[in-house]
Design a binder for this molecule. Structure first.
Ligand code: MTE
Ligand code: HPA
Ligand code: MOS
Length: 768
């Protein structure tokens, strides 16, 4: 199947929050954000804004009727700042106007009296000052301290990995509509409709059932709307509550860049011990997460960093420490990979450093330490159906790796100003929410009298192809054409208590819930035909191509006749299905358990060409062998693998978030922050799906695909590094990501001494 939305997207007919025709008298909100990184609020001056034409209301913390609190895990996040502001752009006041421009003019008239307080942006500095969120955590396996002794080589180092803007095409937005009575309907571009519902109710001091949240689809989320769609929905709701009118709040691109959190930057220290042959005996890592101003999802992100600190390698002695550090930046949040890329990057840096010191190719040390069946992860779970080596070997075979390496070496010998580099990146990603209780989902299935089917789930379509997957699953389970199936919007009145659509698990959880509902309906339908001529038992009834078969024989019963008969026999043609992932648990006291239903494996090979005079590079080729279990929709999955890869390449290369000393974002729009486009993307990408993968927990045995491919992008850092070391053999370049062309150039010429100014002047004056 093609992506269900493909045609309407391309024709521009798909509706997003603000494409729904506006209701009468709708008002528009805009947000006044803190001008300083950290400070005590002395006074908020809103009089001038209030007096302006076209301004209907200006709302601050005092106007919140319920709880001024929207922290999803830890209650440390005010909807509107009350006494203290903690980052530039932190919402302080909501201005409601008759149109978006007057609301923004109103914002421009607000001023804040603030007593500035010391601010911190560096996570290690925050840690030293005790500015942390939650408790630091340590995952351990074996005995690291004892293991250093037996190593032939021990190296240590530090890494920096930058954040990443989500660059969803549809910026954060919401529309709140007051209904009859004290009820509200919220349209929100959120991955988490129930989260929005709960917090809107909390902010307005209402029971949850007073709030209906409706989500048709998102113009991308990438984790940025797992939690951070909530504040804007709450502000729109607050404005609607006060004015009694529908209110829309849609951030403009620069506002979204400035006010919302991004992927967490990390500063990490590592130490790794290896034998002469390249076997890793011990690995120690300390992750200092730059959480930003509030907890948001930071503690869960850190947990996934720790869980993925050994990626797809088996290391017998590991100690991984991690801490969330509170800084005066917008609160960082979920972003595709959810902490795993940061954990994996550090280990790849450690392996690279060890390989360089041993004089061994990096890929040799990587391969020697790959996970094998039944090996233990540092959190105690064992690797089952482990495809680390299979995907690695298949990728190297397909690419003809030894020949490719010889070709690159020959190229580098015969070229001076350009060099090539090649790198492999294995990935092992755990599937399930790391917060065990979130692994639940429900679905509602209706069959109408003409045989058409309507399905509601707790999953949100954000471009990843969820609706296409659900339709495929339902069609296969019912034995009917996907054309008969309609996937409804996601709505809290049809599906309650949803988990966010995230952790790559949306199809797994909601697809299985759909199967549970369909199972009930099928069971009832089979009873309907049992007893008809030639059909003597339910067990042997199947539906294939909209026809009922009995014991493999075609019968006279079509799908439509079956449904008609069931209806007139007063059989319930609706069902609710519920699914909870079995067998998973995690014991935080021990930091051990089985947090994941299964793991996704894969390997990427990346080749680049570097211009050593300019520092610019081209990504020539990427080859991926990726494990999907039993694929469901190869076209959708290929889109996810390629999209994830390119987002990961951007993370490691050109996506560079820059702040000035006042905490203002300099890379504040798409002109100053470069996200990968089609020109930057690899010239040549080939994705092969691993044949003969085992049947996984997903519907029809498929595996989750949303996030794992992002981490293939980490390889590009080491491909560029390979090329840099071909130009400057033996140089120890920094482990700082993103490796922008600027950083490459500065490092290639770090020993370059600018000519003495006096001499230079003399030269130019023609004296010499
Ligand atoms: N693909 C598109 N096109 N748009 C998105 O917003 N989000 C990613 C990934 N792929 C995203 C995407 C993230 S962060 C996750 S967790 C998964 O999709 C969520 O969807 P899934 O659980 O159905 O894989
Ligand atoms: N992924 C995304 N969101 C989450 C997770 C996770 O693993 N755990 C809790 N929230
Ligand atoms: Mo994805 S970061 O789990 O929304």
């Amino acid at each position: 199947m093609k992506h269900i939305d493909a045609v309407s997207h391309v024709r521009g007919e798909s509706q997003f929050v603000d494409d729904v025709p506006p209701p009468a008298e709708m008002l528009y909100a805009a947000v006044y954000g803190s001008p300083v990184m950290h400070g005590k609020i002395l006074a908020i001056h809103t009089e001038h804004a209030r007096a302006m034409e076209g301004i209907v209301a200006v709302l601050t913390a005092q106007d919140v009727p319920g709880e001024n609190q929207i922290g999803p895990i830890i209650p440390d996040e005010e909807l509107l700042a009350g006494n203290v502001v903690r980052y530039v752009g932190q919402p302080v006041a909501v201005v409601v106007g008759t149109n978006p421009d007057s609301a923004r003019k109103g914002v421009g008239m607000i001023t804040l009296d603030v007593e500035e307080l010391p601010a911190i942006t560096d996570p290690k500095e925050a840690f030293q000052k005790g500015w942390i969120i939650g408790a630091p955590r340590t995952f351990a396996l074996g005995d690291v301290d004892a293991a250093w002794q037996g190593c032939d080589l021990v190296v240590a180092g530090s890494c920096e990995i930058g954040g990443q803007e989500h660059v969803y095409l549809e910026t954060q937005r919401s529309r709140a509509i007051p209904l009859e009575g004290k009820f509200l309907k919220i349209y929100s571009s959120t991955q988490n409709p129930s989260g929005v519902q709960r917090h809107v109710a909390g902010v307005l001091g209402m029971p949850i059932h007073n709030v209906e949240v409706e989500v048709k689809r998102l113009g991308g989320g990438f984790g940025g709307k797992e939690d951070q769609a909530t504040p804007w929905a709450c502000m729109a709701a607050l404005a609607a509550w006060h004015t009694g009118k529908p209110v829309e709040l849609a951030l403009r691109r620069a506002e979204d860049f400035r006010m919302t959190g991004k992927r967490h930057p990390y500063s990490s220290d590592f130490k790794i011990g290896v034998t002469r042959e390249g076997k890793v005996l011990a690995y120690e890592v300390k992750h200092y997460q730059n959480s930003g101003a509030t907890a948001d999802l930071s503690t869960a992100v850190l947990e996934r960093t720790l869980l993925h600190s050994a990626n797809s390698y088996y290391i017998p002695n590991v100690r991984a420490f991690g801490v969330c550090c509170r800084t005066n930046l917008p609160s960082n949040t979920a972003c595709r990979g959810f902490g795993a890329p940061q954990g994996m990057f550090v280990l790849e840096c450690a392996l690279a450093k060890a390989a360089e010191k041993l004089g061994m190719p990096r890929e040799e040390i990587q391969r020697r330490n790959l996970l094998k069946e039944n090996d233990r992860f540092p959190y105690g779970q064992q690797a089952m159906h482990c495809h680390a080596l299979t995907t690695w070997d298949r990728a190297t075979e397909r690419y003809g790796l030894p020949a490719a390496i010889s070709r690159v070496d020959a190229y580098n010998k015969s070229h001076f100003e350009t060099k090539k580099g090649i790198a492999l990146m294995p990935v092992c990603f755990g599937i399930s929410f790391t917060t065990t209780f979130l692994n639940q989902a429900s679905a509602l299935v209706h069959v109408y009298t003409d045989g058409s089917v309507s399905i509601s789930t707790g999953g949100v379509e954000m471009g990843q192809g969820l609706n296409t997957n659900i339709a495929t699953i339902a069609a296969r389970a019912l034995g009917i054409s996907p054309n008969r199936i309609k996937i409804e919007s996601t709505n809290t009145t049809r599906t309650a208590n949803m988990s966010a659509s995230s952790a790559s698990a949306t199809t797994v959880l909601n697809g299985n819930a759909v199967l549970m509902a369909i199972g009930q309906i099928l069971d009832r339908l089979k009873s309907v035909v049992t007893g008809a001529p030639g059909i003597s038992g339910k067990e042997k009834v199947t539906i294939i191509d909209e026809t009922v078969f009995y014991d493999g024989r075609k019968t006279e019963w079509t799908w439509e006749r079956l449904i008609q008969t069931a209806y007139t026999n007063r059989i319930d043609l609706s069902a609710h299905g519920f699914f909870a992932t079995p067998g998973i648990y995690f014991d935080k006291a021990q930091e051990k358990g089985i947090p994941f239903a299964y793991h996704v494996f894969g390997t990427a090979i990346i080749e680049v060409t570097l211009d050593c005079l300019l520092g610019t590079y081209n990504i020539d080729a990427v080859r991926i062998v990726h494990d999907l279990g039993r694929p469901l929709n190869k076209l959708i999955d290929r889109g996810q693998v390629e999209g994830g890869l390119v987002q990961g390449l951007g993370l490691m290369t050109i996506e560079d978030l820059q702040y000035n000393k006042k905490g203002q974002l300099l890379s504040r729009d798409l002109a100053t922050y470069k996200a990968p486009d089609v020109y930057f993307s690899p010239d040549d990408i080939e994705v092969e799906f691993l044949e003969g993968g085992e049947e996984a927990l997903g519907p029809f045995g498929n595996k989750a695909v949303g996030e794992p491919p992002l981490m293939y992008g980490i390889g590009v850092f080491f491909a560029i590094r390979h090329a840099m070391r071909a130009f400057r053999p033996g140089t120890e370049f920094a482990f700082t990501s993103p490796l922008t062309p600027e950083r490459v150039l500065l490092q290639l010429y770090s020993d370059f001494q600018p000519p003495n100014q006096d001499k230079l002047e003399k030269t130019f004056k023609g004296g010499a």
